[in-house]
Design a binder for this molecule. Structure first.
Ligand SMILES: Nc1nc2c(c(=O)[nH]1)N[C@H]1C(S)=C(S)[C@@H](COP(=O)(O)OP(=O)(O)OC[C@H]3O[C@@H](n4cnc5c(=O)[nH]c(N)nc54)[C@H](O)[C@@H]3O)O[C@H]1N2
Ligand SMILES: Nc1nc2c(c(=O)[nH]1)N[C@H]1C(S)=C(S)[C@@H](COP(=O)(O)OP(=O)(O)OC[C@H]3O[C@@H](n4cnc5c(=O)[nH]c(N)nc54)[C@H](O)[C@@H]3O)O[C@H]1N2
Ligand SMILES: [Mo]
Length: 907
């Protein structure tokens, strides 16, 4: 139940699990277990387990056979694909299944259905960790090792309440902190958490201001020369830009933004600047907060500017949250591609297609990244996704802005499959429910945050008719008839070892190389760290030991993004940056969060975790020791704030945001004034009165521009004591269940619908025609300007070429007579003015909006045509785009060379 990846032994008696203990020989936990690990086996045999498939009939879920359920799912898949195409289907999975299960799902989604909508709850969890490592190092993968904790001189824990959330890793830190030569400990958290209590220096930023603090720290490190310039010059790019950008982040300015005293900022910079070794961790206080990826990159930067990476004691743990978040990312079930491949790298995609024995065109890789969950939800609302398969996650509690999320999931025309081990708030909204086997009942591997791969063996049979998630997807693939390009079954394995062997082969040569591992090797009493291959047969403890990073243009997982806007860089732009094996120092300004406090909503709200519970508590609710420690939802509030509002410990309090409200008990102290904290563990499955209490009733809907991870850590609320007689907000029966029967969900509606690609082709054709007219008009308007006249003739030739190239496809997409004025309005007119020198320059310039517009149209069409498997026309549009770019180059060149005479000589 966290990403630490502890090894454990399972005790079985009479075919039942009766206990677990930590595995002493394991490199990760050395025999230790935390409270959740120790009790983790208890829910396995809980009588509430789902044991049979269920299908919704007359509004209620009724028992069905596997055959009935799977045939219905297949029929609905076909129905939706027939109406909307493959991108009417979405998969939303977990960070809690096994590697082999995700790998199977990746094939089903990417090469069976071929949808671009595959995501996981890992998007809510550690999408930012992955994004930040891709930006800084060229590829996902934690550089460090847990052993760094044993050697380091300084630990920085950033937005991470490790004492609650990774208890075993925390004890490893406590060993050092309470032993000889303890490392210095810096903790950055707005709350005085159990972690922060142990800190030498506790920085308490206002929520959402991490970026300002990190820029401020780097400013001081650079100003004081606390950097390793020699290493920086040799192994990084981007340093000068960082130095320039952070130079205005003085301690006074940063203190003003963050609320941290300037002296503490100076102290932090000095510790970080002078420590001989440094180990950093970051988690949700960074990833779910404002400017998430940008901030996580600055933590990488602190290591890079000091050259503290790839050496003992110098790890960066961009943490994971869930036990198998790493595997979801590696196999490509969220925003990434199998084996950390780059979707924009043709060879990477071809290698994957060869390994799967499918045509490369069918793998959805045309867009820069697959659809993220918030976007899938908005497609559902718009009616362009009508089939959603949810596995191992409980979005009806864990997604932000719950009232909207629930309304989306219960939409009558959406067909929802929920695959879980227990009934929960999401199964209540499902059309079909599939009962899954859990760990202990199935075999598979999982990879923790320091790249250690473990095997988890089956110990007992699952209850009732439960099947493993992998078996369910293999069954689906067979029933759907998914084939490779030789007509053989797409999925070529029947068991987890078979899946692992196939997966292994797909990783050879990639950074996450598993090729040297086998199930037998993994059974030798401890896990193995990837890469594990011929070069590292026993696994590799630390990445980047020689200062070489996977940023080579042929090797990297991404070409990177603008940290502030999230806009992707093109391959050409990346080539110009030329990192070529060097790490990338990326920088950005601090910007204030989108929602801020005001008179009506005067408190910042943050949400997160408690020590005793895991997520939506489907498991920890059923572990008596843990449930009894923290049975109720609560809101944490500062002493002074509570006093002002007349609130005492245990009082019922109403917390209201612009989106919803909850009523929960007050828990006073250990938090700064002006901020409140609500754990997100409490939903409605075990609440009789359905009183509103889920933290996500309050949260905003917004996400990081690069990682697309939702913002769970800031928003504005008001707080009031509940008085006798006040209304109690409850979740209505309507909101908590689905009204449509399974057979009616996902029904096709075809009237008035049509694919819009023809409209867009017509727009590009018409834009080219308009350009031709403009070229002729300009040519005639300036008879004495020979250069302009020649230019217009040449550009006209290019435009002719464009319309000729597109002509053969106009009928295919039925777009000769599309009413495009109605679609885009009048196309921009030309501007003419006098005198003639200035006038010609402005006239040439005024071509640019049309040219730019045509270029974007071409690019969008190229991607859409690839997805429609029309590579011929897609290639034409790529060539057209190149012609349009050349037009743009002419216009830019002419405008700039003309500018001196036209703009500075009086006429
Ligand atoms: N007991 C328990 N352990 C768990 C889990 C669980 O549910 N329960 N879940 C697992 C999973 S999936 C995950 S992702 C991890 C999450 O583990 P953590 O990230 O440690 O947990 P959170 O409580 O979500 O958030 C961490 C801290 O961020 C702080 N914070 C909020 N806003 C800001 C900010 O703007 N800046 C800074 N610097 N800090 C801020 C909060 O005060 C909070 O203490 O835990 C894993 N372990
Ligand atoms: N407000 C707020 N919201 C948050 C967060 C926050 O800090 N604040 N944190 C976010 C984060 S980091 C995370 S990770 C998410 C977690 O959010 P969820 O993923 O929705 O939470 P879980 O309760 O872990 O849901 C996992 C589900 O999988 C089921 N399950 C367990 N094992 C198996 C299995 O082997 N097979 C199948 N099919 N099902 C299984 C469990 O019963 C459970 O219903 O929440 C996010 N939401
Ligand atoms: Mo998470």
């Amino acid at each position: 139940m966290c990403s630490n990846g502890c090894g454990l032994d399972i005790a079985v008696k009479d075919k039942k699990i009766v206990g677990v203990r930590g595995l002493v020989s394991d490199r990760v936990n050395h025999g230790r277990l935390g409270p959740k690990g120790l009790h983790s086996w208890e829910p396995v045999h809980n009588p509430d387990r789902l044991t049979h498939p269920l299908i919704r009939k007359n509004g209620v879920l009724v028992k069905a056979s596997w055959d009935e359920a799977m045939e219905l799912i297949c029929a609905k898949t076909r129905e939706v694909m027939h109406e909307l195409g493959k991108n009417g289907i979405a998969f939303y999975t977990s960070g809690q299944l096994f590697l082999e299960e995700y790998y199977t799902l990746a094939l089903v989604a990417k090469a069976g259905i071929c949808t671009m909508h595959t995501d996981g709850n890992t998007r809510l969890c550690t999408a930012t960790a992955a994004a930040a490592m891709r930006e800084s190092f060229g590829c996902d993968g934690q550089p460090g090792s847990y052993t760094d904790i044993d050697y380091t001189d300084c630990i920085m824990i950033f937005g991470h309440n490790i004492a609650n959330t990774q208890t075993v890793l925390w004890t490893r830190m406590l060993d050092r902190l309470k032993g000889p030569n303890p490392p210095k400990l810096i903790v950055v958290d707005p709350r005085k958490t159990r972690t922060a209590q142990e800190a030498d220096l506790h920085l308490k930023p206002k929520v959402g201001t991490n970026m300002a603090l990190l820029n401020g720290i780097q400013h001081l490190m650079i100003k004081n020369g606390w950097i390793n310039k020699e290493w920086v010059d040799k192994h990084t790019i981007g340093y000068d830009e960082l130095a320039r950008l952070v130079s205005s982040y003085t301690p006074e300015k940063v203190s003003e933004i963050t609320g941290i005293p300037a002296s503490d900022i100076i102290k932090a910079a000095e510790i970080l600047g002078k420590t001989p070794t440094l180990l950093s961790t970051a988690l949700q206080g960074v990833y779910q907060s404002h400017q998430a990826t940008a901030s996580a990159c600055q933590i990488n930067n602190i290591h890079l500017i000091r050259g503290m990476i790839g050496k003992p004691g110098c790890g960066i743990l961009q943490m994971n949250g869930q036990p198998t978040a790493q595997n979801n990312r590696e196999t490509g079930c969220d925003g990434e591609y199998t084996g950390f491949r780059n979707p924009e790298n043709k060879q990477h995609m071809q290698d994957l297609a060869d390994h799967w024995n499918v045509d490369v065109e069918i793998i959805p890789h045309w867009m820069e990244s697959p659809t993220h969950i918030s976007q899938i939800m908005s497609f559902i609302r718009a009616g362009s996704v009508k089939f959603m398969w949810i596995s191992g996650t409980n979005p009806a509690v864990s997604l932000p802005h719950l009232s909207e999320a629930r309304e989306t999931l219960r939409k009558p025309d959406l067909f929802v499959v929920a695959q879980d081990i227990f009934p929960n708030e999401t199964t209540e909204l499902a059309s079909v429910v599939l009962p899954a086997a859990m760990w202990g009942e199935k075999t598979g591997t999982f990879t923790n945050v320091d790249r250690t791969v473990h095997i988890s063996d089956k110990a007992v049979d699952p209850p009732g008719e439960c099947r493993s998630d992998m078996d369910i997807w293999i069954d689906y693939a067979r029933r759907m008839g998914f084939k490779d390009k030789d007509g053989n079954p797409l999925i070529k394995w029947n068991d987890s070892e078979g899946a692992f062997e196939h997966w292994k082969a797909s990783t050879k040569g990639r950074p996450c190389d598993y090729s040297g591992m086998t199930y037998d090797l993994l059974r030798k009493g401890t896990g193995l760290q990837w890469p594990c291959n011929d070069e590292f047969p026993h696994g590799c403890e630390r990445l980047y030991q020689d200062g070489t990073f996977p940023t080579d243009i042929d090797h990297c997982e991404t070409y990177g993004h603008d940290l502030e806007l999230g806009a992707p860089f093109s391959k050409e732009e990346y080539a110009m940056q030329s990192p070529a094996g060097r790490a990338i120092i990326r920088s950005a300004q601090y910007r204030p969060p989108q929602e801020t406090v005001n008179e009506d909503y005067p408190f910042w709200v943050s949400t997160g975790r408690d020590l005793w519970h895991f997520h939506t508590r489907t498991k920890t609710r059923r572990m008596k020791h843990l449930q009894d420690r923290q049975p109720d939802a609560y809101v944490q509030i500062n002493e002074k704030d509570a006093e002002k509002l007349g609130i005492k410990e245990g009082d019922m309090v109403r917390v209201t945001s612009r989106r919803g409200e909850v009523q929960v008990k007050a828990c006073i102290g250990r938090i700064d004034q002006g901020t409140v904290f609500v754990p997100f563990h409490y939903g409605y499955f075990d609440s009789d009165d359905k009183q509103k209490r889920a933290a996500n009733e309050l949260t905003i809907s917004g996400w990081d521009p690069i990682s697309k991870q939702p913002y769970f850590k800031f928003g504005a609320v008001k707080v009031a004591k509940v008085e006798d007689g006040d209304e109690v907000p409850t979740l209505s029966a309507r909101d908590s269940t689905r009204a449509t029967d399974a057979s009616d969900s996902g029904k096709a509606v075809t009237e008035g619908k049509h694919m819009h690609i023809g409209d867009y082709i017509a727009i590009s054709d018409r834009t080219a025609e308009t350009l031709k007219k403009a070229f002729t008009e300009l040519h005639d308007k300036f008879p004495t300007d020979r250069e302009l006249q020649q230019g217009m003739q040449s550009l006209h030739h290019l435009a002719d070429e464009i319309t000729e190239m597109m002509d053969p496809f106009m009928d295919k997409y039925d777009c000769r007579n599309a009413p495009i004025e109605a679609l885009v309005g009048p196309i921009t007119p030309l501007h003419f003015t006098t005198p003639v020198t200035y006038g010609a320059m402005v006239a040439i310039h005024s071509l640019m909006p049309l040219i730019a517009s045509l270029e974007i149209t071409c690019k969008a069409l190229n991607v859409a045509l690839q997805s429609l498997l029309d590579p011929e026309f897609a290639l034409v549009m790529r060539d057209v785009q190149e012609l349009v770019r050349r037009m743009g180059r002419w216009v830019t060149g002419q405008t700039t060379t003309r500018s001196v005479q036209a703009l500075t000589v009086p006429l």
